[in-house]
Design a protein around this ligand. Structure first.
Ligand SMILES: *Cc1c(COP(=O)(O)O)cnc(C)c1O
Ligand code: SF4
Length: 345
């Protein structure tokens, strides 16, 4: 039902008092929540409430105030690759189309916290330049629609956007990045499924912990699968949330069971105020090696570091690919260029 998800969104909790009605806040959480912008849907808060791990990812903590060396507001250098108001072109054949700054839930480790929730671009009229860029660049084969969360848009807006992109003959792959099945499963309506199906969209979903795989979320993903929508998942590696083998194995098998292929395990980007979420790169390598050969191949994502500054995602399989220089980890991207990830010992 279309009204159900709109009510969920209208009921988002954005104040410390609102949070305190549902969860018992620590002094640190209350103080941090009072000074910061945050948002969570009533549905996701009911999940978070019973999950010590997920709680850390949506309820602010005072550790966010700390700015570590090497942290940036725009860690992936996206602004340097902006080719139109809503378009980032970093890789040769694919573009990132940022269609909204709105997300139902603000993840505390969000790479795009510089813009998410800040209403930087509201009008669809600014999409025109981005459409024209895609239309006039035949090398673009893959359009990744992201934001913010595109599935928080209305059916009509999505249908129009997708129709325009699908009309470009050289575009062969269209994906939407979304956390909606985890945070707003009510959004997965028949109407939405038929739009995604009509435009043959792949969903790149964001899941971080098996506690997110509730009956509601499983139903939403199965509905998408039954509508013929291809789905994969990206998981950000987060300290104290999912940085152990057992949690990851549980999550990855749980995703396969709902037709979602684990795609990336992402080293957390050095976004401002994220030090308390970041694990050492060595830990990521140890974790991914604990999976290879031991669990179902399709359950294993690629462990990647998104090269700070915009070098693209680099799959890391072994410690032979990295070199430590003091508080930085140095590695090469797909072009053989060196990039540095701040990783204090
Ligand atoms: C992650 C990303 C993509 C998509 O990369 P894939 O490895 O193909 O999933 C595209 N553009 C930008 C800027 C990205 O950060
Ligand atoms: S869903 Fe993605 S874009 Fe939205 S707040 Fe979370 S990490 Fe950021």
């Amino acid at each position: 039902m279309d009204s159900e998800w709109k009510e969920e969104l209208a009921g988002r909790i954005t104040t410390a008092d609102g949070l305190a009605e549902v969860v018992e806040l620590t002094d640190d959480e209350r103080a941090a929540a009072e000074g910061r912008v945050f948002a969570v849907t009533p549905y996701y808060l009911s999940v978070v409430r019973n999950s010590a791990a997920l709680r850390k990812t949506v309820i602010p903590r005072s550790a966010e105030k700390y700015r570590a060396i090497g942290e940036l507001a725009d860690p992936l250098g996206e602004e340097n690759h902006r080719v139109a108001p809503n378009l980032i072109h970093t890789y040769p054949d694919k573009v990132l189309f940022l269609v909204t700054a709105f997300c139902p839930v603000y993840c505390r480790y969000c790479t795009r916290s510089r813009m998410v929730g800040k209403n930087e671009f509201k009008t669809t009229s600014t999409f025109e330049e981005s459409f024209q860029y895609i239309e006039s660049h035949p090398e673009i084969r893959d359009v990744l629609i992201s934001g913010g969360d595109p599935l928080a848009m209305t059916d009509d807006a999505l249908d129009k956007l997708l129709s325009r992109i699908r009309a470009v003959p050289h575009v062969r792959m269209v994906r939407i990045g979304s956390k909606v099945p985890a945070v707003l499963p009510q959004r997965i309506t028949d109407g939405l499924c038929s739009i995604l199906r009509k435009h043959r969209v792949w969903l790149s979903l964001h899941f971080i912990h098996p506690d997110e795989l509730t009956p509601e979320t499983k139903t939403a993903c199965r509905k998408l699968a039954d509508s013929g929508i291809g789905m994969f998942s990206q998981t950000v590696l987060l300290k104290g949330v999912n940085d152990d083998t057992q949690t990851l194995v549980e999550l990855f098998y749980g995703l396969l069971e709902i037709n979602v292929k684990p795609y990336y395990l992402l080293q957390c980007d050095p976004v401002s105020g994220s030090a308390h979420f970041r694990t050492p790169v060595e830990k990521g390598i140890e974790l991914i090696q604990s999976l290879h050969g031991k669990i179902s191949g399709p359950a294993i994502p690629q462990y990647v570091i998104d090269a700070p500054g915009g070098g693209g995602k680099v799959p890391i399989l072994s410690s032979a690919q990295i070199r430590r220089e003091g508080d930085e980890v140095v590695f090469q991207n797909y072009e053989g260029r060196e990039y540095r990830y701040p990783d204090p010992m």
